[in-house]
Design a protein around this ligand. Sequence first.
Ligand code: SF4
Ligand code: SF4
Length: 102
Amino acid sequence: MIKSNLNCIVSSCAYNNDGYCYASHIKINGYDAINSKDTNCETYVKGSFESLSSKSDEVITNSQNISCSAKNCTYNFYGGCNADHVLISTRDSKCDTFRIKN
Ligand code: SF4
Ligand code: SF4
């Protein structure tokens, strides 16, 4: 079952469970980013999902729950994210979906 349009494969993050983010809201950094490597998820917390107090599906994060400073990304809309699907990947929890504005 698809629970959210945001997937994250950073398995060392406490909010990650089975490829979904349970932080309810995340912040992506990348004010001067010109590619995805310059971005990262500020909400990352090293730990295990079992230690989280709130694990219900109600706190699953989707793209509408992103605050993003990567103003050069084509999907950035007034600090929000309007991508259809977002993938946060392992290397420094970067946003793989970043695409530079034309
Ligand atoms: S790295 Fe960010 S997007 Fe991934 S699970 Fe952690 S808080 Fe959520
Ligand atoms: S796709 Fe772009 S706007 Fe959306 S979170 Fe990633 S970097 Fe930010």
